[in-house]
Write a protein that binds this ligand. Structure first.
Ligand SMILES: [Zn+2]
Length: 280
Protein backbone atom coordinates (compact mmCIF):
# COMPACT_ATOMS: atom_id res chain seq x y z
CA UNK A 1 0.00 0.00 0.00
CA UNK A 2 2.72 2.40 0.98
CA UNK A 3 4.66 1.73 -2.16
CA UNK A 4 1.66 2.54 -4.31
CA UNK A 5 1.35 5.88 -2.60
CA UNK A 6 4.98 6.65 -3.24
CA UNK A 7 4.76 6.08 -6.94
CA UNK A 8 2.01 8.42 -7.77
CA UNK A 9 1.31 10.48 -10.79
CA UNK A 10 3.73 12.67 -12.57
CA UNK A 11 4.41 13.81 -15.97
CA UNK A 12 7.45 11.60 -16.45
CA UNK A 13 6.01 8.52 -14.89
CA UNK A 14 2.85 6.86 -16.03
CA UNK A 15 0.28 6.89 -13.30
CA UNK A 16 0.55 3.47 -11.85
CA UNK A 17 -2.05 4.10 -9.25
CA UNK A 18 -3.57 7.44 -8.63
CA UNK A 19 -4.00 7.20 -4.88
CA UNK A 20 -4.99 10.80 -4.35
CA UNK A 21 -8.76 10.36 -4.35
CA UNK A 22 -9.31 13.75 -2.78
CA UNK A 23 -7.27 15.23 -5.57
CA UNK A 24 -9.24 13.29 -8.13
CA UNK A 25 -12.47 14.70 -6.75
CA UNK A 26 -10.91 18.14 -6.93
CA UNK A 27 -10.12 17.57 -10.57
CA UNK A 28 -13.72 16.74 -11.34
CA UNK A 29 -14.89 19.95 -9.76
CA UNK A 30 -12.32 21.94 -11.63
CA UNK A 31 -13.26 20.36 -14.91
CA UNK A 32 -16.89 21.23 -14.34
CA UNK A 33 -16.18 24.83 -13.49
CA UNK A 34 -13.71 25.16 -16.29
CA UNK A 35 -16.18 23.73 -18.76
CA UNK A 36 -18.69 26.39 -17.81
CA UNK A 37 -16.11 28.99 -18.44
CA UNK A 38 -14.67 27.37 -21.53
CA UNK A 39 -15.63 30.21 -23.83
CA UNK A 40 -14.28 32.77 -21.45
CA UNK A 41 -11.11 30.77 -21.09
CA UNK A 42 -10.41 31.40 -24.74
CA UNK A 43 -10.41 35.10 -23.99
CA UNK A 44 -8.35 34.76 -20.85
CA UNK A 45 -5.05 35.45 -22.45
CA UNK A 46 -2.21 34.21 -20.29
CA UNK A 47 1.04 35.84 -21.39
CA UNK A 48 4.61 34.72 -20.67
CA UNK A 49 4.78 37.46 -18.04
CA UNK A 50 1.53 36.21 -16.47
CA UNK A 51 2.95 32.70 -16.30
CA UNK A 52 6.03 34.00 -14.50
CA UNK A 53 3.91 35.99 -12.04
CA UNK A 54 1.60 33.08 -11.26
CA UNK A 55 4.49 30.61 -11.08
CA UNK A 56 6.38 32.89 -8.73
CA UNK A 57 3.35 33.35 -6.48
CA UNK A 58 2.50 29.63 -6.40
CA UNK A 59 6.04 28.35 -5.90
CA UNK A 60 6.37 28.56 -2.08
CA UNK A 61 2.97 26.94 -1.57
CA UNK A 62 3.72 24.12 -3.96
CA UNK A 63 7.01 23.41 -2.25
CA UNK A 64 5.36 23.26 1.17
CA UNK A 65 2.47 21.16 -0.17
CA UNK A 66 5.01 18.55 -1.24
CA UNK A 67 6.85 18.46 2.07
CA UNK A 68 9.30 21.33 1.63
CA UNK A 69 12.68 21.65 0.00
CA UNK A 70 15.32 18.98 0.42
CA UNK A 71 17.62 20.39 3.08
CA UNK A 72 20.94 19.37 1.62
CA UNK A 73 22.28 22.44 -0.14
CA UNK A 74 24.84 20.44 -2.11
CA UNK A 75 22.07 18.34 -3.62
CA UNK A 76 20.02 21.42 -4.52
CA UNK A 77 23.10 23.05 -6.04
CA UNK A 78 23.99 19.97 -8.06
CA UNK A 79 20.52 19.60 -9.57
CA UNK A 80 20.18 23.33 -10.19
CA UNK A 81 23.54 23.53 -11.98
CA UNK A 82 22.66 20.62 -14.27
CA UNK A 83 19.23 22.06 -14.94
CA UNK A 84 20.50 25.51 -15.85
CA UNK A 85 23.09 24.01 -18.16
CA UNK A 86 20.29 22.36 -20.17
CA UNK A 87 18.17 25.47 -20.74
CA UNK A 88 18.45 26.80 -24.30
CA UNK A 89 20.11 30.20 -24.51
CA UNK A 90 17.10 31.84 -26.16
CA UNK A 91 14.65 30.79 -23.45
CA UNK A 92 12.14 33.44 -22.41
CA UNK A 93 12.02 31.91 -18.96
CA UNK A 94 14.43 32.05 -16.04
CA UNK A 95 14.42 28.66 -14.39
CA UNK A 96 14.27 27.61 -10.76
CA UNK A 97 15.05 23.96 -10.00
CA UNK A 98 13.94 22.62 -6.65
CA UNK A 99 14.51 19.23 -5.06
CA UNK A 100 11.55 18.45 -2.84
CA UNK A 101 11.70 16.37 0.27
CA UNK A 102 9.44 13.45 -0.49
CA UNK A 103 9.90 9.78 -1.31
CA UNK A 104 7.29 10.06 -4.03
CA UNK A 105 8.88 9.26 -7.39
CA UNK A 106 7.95 12.38 -9.24
CA UNK A 107 9.07 15.30 -11.36
CA UNK A 108 6.95 18.09 -12.71
CA UNK A 109 6.96 21.61 -14.00
CA UNK A 110 4.92 24.70 -13.32
CA UNK A 111 4.33 27.63 -15.63
CA UNK A 112 6.85 30.42 -15.61
CA UNK A 113 10.06 28.39 -15.21
CA UNK A 114 9.61 26.22 -12.13
CA UNK A 115 10.87 22.64 -12.21
CA UNK A 116 10.54 20.22 -9.30
CA UNK A 117 12.19 16.89 -8.75
CA UNK A 118 11.72 14.65 -5.74
CA UNK A 119 14.15 12.93 -3.44
CA UNK A 120 12.47 9.67 -4.45
CA UNK A 121 13.16 10.09 -8.14
CA UNK A 122 16.79 11.07 -7.49
CA UNK A 123 17.24 7.89 -5.48
CA UNK A 124 15.87 5.79 -8.31
CA UNK A 125 18.32 7.10 -10.95
CA UNK A 126 21.72 5.70 -11.83
CA UNK A 127 23.59 8.53 -13.51
CA UNK A 128 23.61 12.19 -14.49
CA UNK A 129 22.47 11.55 -18.08
CA UNK A 130 19.22 10.11 -16.70
CA UNK A 131 18.74 13.14 -14.48
CA UNK A 132 19.48 15.46 -17.42
CA UNK A 133 16.86 13.73 -19.58
CA UNK A 134 14.20 14.11 -16.88
CA UNK A 135 15.08 17.75 -16.22
CA UNK A 136 15.14 18.38 -19.97
CA UNK A 137 11.67 16.88 -20.22
CA UNK A 138 10.37 19.26 -17.54
CA UNK A 139 12.17 22.24 -19.11
CA UNK A 140 10.25 21.60 -22.32
CA UNK A 141 6.93 21.68 -20.46
CA UNK A 142 7.83 25.22 -19.41
CA UNK A 143 9.27 26.38 -22.74
CA UNK A 144 6.42 24.77 -24.68
CA UNK A 145 4.04 26.52 -22.26
CA UNK A 146 2.20 23.27 -21.68
CA UNK A 147 0.74 24.52 -18.41
CA UNK A 148 -0.90 27.57 -19.95
CA UNK A 149 -4.27 25.99 -20.52
CA UNK A 150 -4.24 24.36 -17.10
CA UNK A 151 -3.41 27.68 -15.54
CA UNK A 152 -6.31 29.31 -17.37
CA UNK A 153 -8.65 26.66 -16.03
CA UNK A 154 -7.25 26.95 -12.53
CA UNK A 155 -7.63 30.71 -12.50
CA UNK A 156 -11.20 30.39 -13.70
CA UNK A 157 -12.02 27.68 -11.21
CA UNK A 158 -10.73 29.76 -8.34
CA UNK A 159 -11.70 33.20 -9.41
CA UNK A 160 -14.87 32.46 -11.26
CA UNK A 161 -16.02 33.41 -14.69
CA UNK A 162 -16.57 37.03 -13.73
CA UNK A 163 -12.91 37.60 -13.24
CA UNK A 164 -11.95 36.25 -16.62
CA UNK A 165 -11.98 39.61 -18.27
CA UNK A 166 -9.53 41.07 -15.79
CA UNK A 167 -7.52 38.04 -14.64
CA UNK A 168 -4.74 38.55 -17.14
CA UNK A 169 -4.32 42.11 -15.95
CA UNK A 170 -4.23 40.94 -12.38
CA UNK A 171 -1.55 38.39 -13.11
CA UNK A 172 0.78 41.13 -14.25
CA UNK A 173 0.42 42.86 -10.90
CA UNK A 174 0.36 41.58 -7.38
CA UNK A 175 -1.26 38.20 -6.82
CA UNK A 176 -2.85 37.90 -3.41
CA UNK A 177 -1.54 35.26 -1.01
CA UNK A 178 -4.92 33.60 -0.70
CA UNK A 179 -5.27 33.30 -4.46
CA UNK A 180 -1.72 32.02 -4.85
CA UNK A 181 -2.29 29.41 -2.17
CA UNK A 182 -5.53 28.24 -3.72
CA UNK A 183 -4.08 28.15 -7.20
CA UNK A 184 -1.08 26.20 -5.95
CA UNK A 185 -3.41 23.56 -4.52
CA UNK A 186 -5.44 23.38 -7.68
CA UNK A 187 -2.42 23.40 -9.89
CA UNK A 188 -0.75 20.69 -7.87
CA UNK A 189 -3.65 18.39 -8.66
CA UNK A 190 -3.61 19.33 -12.29
CA UNK A 191 0.12 18.83 -12.54
CA UNK A 192 -0.14 15.43 -10.90
CA UNK A 193 -2.53 14.33 -13.61
CA UNK A 194 0.17 14.95 -16.19
CA UNK A 195 -0.08 16.73 -19.50
CA UNK A 196 -1.59 15.44 -22.70
CA UNK A 197 -0.12 12.65 -24.75
CA UNK A 198 1.34 14.90 -27.43
CA UNK A 199 2.84 17.29 -24.90
CA UNK A 200 4.44 14.41 -23.01
CA UNK A 201 5.87 13.06 -26.24
CA UNK A 202 7.18 16.45 -27.29
CA UNK A 203 8.84 16.83 -23.89
CA UNK A 204 10.42 13.38 -24.10
CA UNK A 205 12.04 14.20 -27.44
CA UNK A 206 13.02 17.79 -26.76
CA UNK A 207 14.28 16.83 -23.30
CA UNK A 208 16.65 14.40 -24.95
CA UNK A 209 17.71 17.12 -27.42
CA UNK A 210 18.55 19.44 -24.54
CA UNK A 211 20.52 16.83 -22.64
CA UNK A 212 22.40 15.68 -25.76
CA UNK A 213 23.22 19.27 -26.70
CA UNK A 214 24.64 19.71 -23.20
CA UNK A 215 26.99 16.78 -23.84
CA UNK A 216 25.09 13.93 -22.21
CA UNK A 217 24.63 10.42 -23.40
CA UNK A 218 21.32 10.47 -25.30
CA UNK A 219 20.04 7.23 -23.76
CA UNK A 220 19.41 8.73 -20.31
CA UNK A 221 15.68 9.11 -20.93
CA UNK A 222 15.24 5.59 -22.30
CA UNK A 223 17.24 4.15 -19.40
CA UNK A 224 15.17 6.02 -16.88
CA UNK A 225 11.87 4.90 -18.41
CA UNK A 226 13.18 1.34 -18.20
CA UNK A 227 13.80 1.87 -14.48
CA UNK A 228 10.26 3.18 -14.08
CA UNK A 229 8.88 0.25 -15.99
CA UNK A 230 10.62 -2.08 -13.56
CA UNK A 231 9.24 -0.06 -10.64
CA UNK A 232 5.79 -0.53 -12.12
CA UNK A 233 6.40 -4.24 -11.80
CA UNK A 234 6.83 -4.65 -15.53
CA UNK A 235 3.14 -4.06 -16.04
CA UNK A 236 2.31 -1.17 -18.31
CA UNK A 237 -1.04 0.16 -17.29
CA UNK A 238 -0.65 3.47 -19.01
CA UNK A 239 -1.94 5.27 -15.98
CA UNK A 240 -5.27 6.16 -14.49
CA UNK A 241 -5.73 8.82 -17.11
CA UNK A 242 -6.43 7.82 -20.67
CA UNK A 243 -4.42 10.75 -21.97
CA UNK A 244 -1.21 9.49 -20.39
CA UNK A 245 1.17 7.62 -22.67
CA UNK A 246 2.32 4.16 -21.74
CA UNK A 247 5.88 3.79 -20.56
CA UNK A 248 6.80 1.19 -23.19
CA UNK A 249 5.40 3.39 -25.95
CA UNK A 250 7.53 6.24 -24.72
CA UNK A 251 10.62 4.02 -24.64
CA UNK A 252 10.00 2.89 -28.22
CA UNK A 253 9.31 6.34 -29.56
CA UNK A 254 12.33 7.87 -27.84
CA UNK A 255 14.64 5.04 -28.98
CA UNK A 256 13.55 5.54 -32.59
CA UNK A 257 14.08 9.27 -32.30
CA UNK A 258 17.64 8.86 -30.98
CA UNK A 259 18.42 6.51 -33.84
CA UNK A 260 16.92 8.83 -36.43
CA UNK A 261 18.90 11.79 -35.09
CA UNK A 262 22.05 9.62 -35.00
CA UNK A 263 22.72 10.69 -31.42
CA UNK A 264 25.60 8.76 -29.85
CA UNK A 265 28.40 9.06 -27.32
CA UNK A 266 28.20 11.65 -24.56
CA UNK A 267 28.85 11.62 -20.83
CA UNK A 268 26.93 9.96 -18.03
CA UNK A 269 28.97 11.38 -15.11
CA UNK A 270 28.05 8.35 -13.13
CA UNK A 271 30.63 8.86 -10.40
CA UNK A 272 29.66 12.47 -9.70
CA UNK A 273 26.02 11.46 -9.64
CA UNK A 274 26.51 8.58 -7.22
CA UNK A 275 28.55 10.80 -4.90
CA UNK A 276 25.68 13.32 -4.85
CA UNK A 277 23.10 10.56 -4.46
CA UNK A 278 24.59 9.51 -1.12
CA UNK A 279 23.47 12.87 0.28
CA UNK A 280 19.91 12.55 -0.98
ZN1 LIG B 1 5.88 15.47 -18.61
Amino acid sequence: MKKKLLITGLCVLSLMSYAGTVSAIGLGGIAKTAKKGAEVAQKLNITVEDEKAYGNAMHPYLVSDFGGEHRNKAVQKYVSAIGHNLVPKDSKFDFTFTVINTDMVNAFAMPGGYVYITRGILKSMKNEAQLAAVLGHEIQHVIGRHGKEQLQKAVLAEEGVNLAGSAAGKAGGAIGKDLAKKLAGVFKDLAMAGYGRSQESESDLRGTDYSYQAGYNPNGGVEFFEILFQMQGGVDRGGAYATHPKTKDRINKLSKYIKKKKYSGGKTNEQAFLTMQKKV
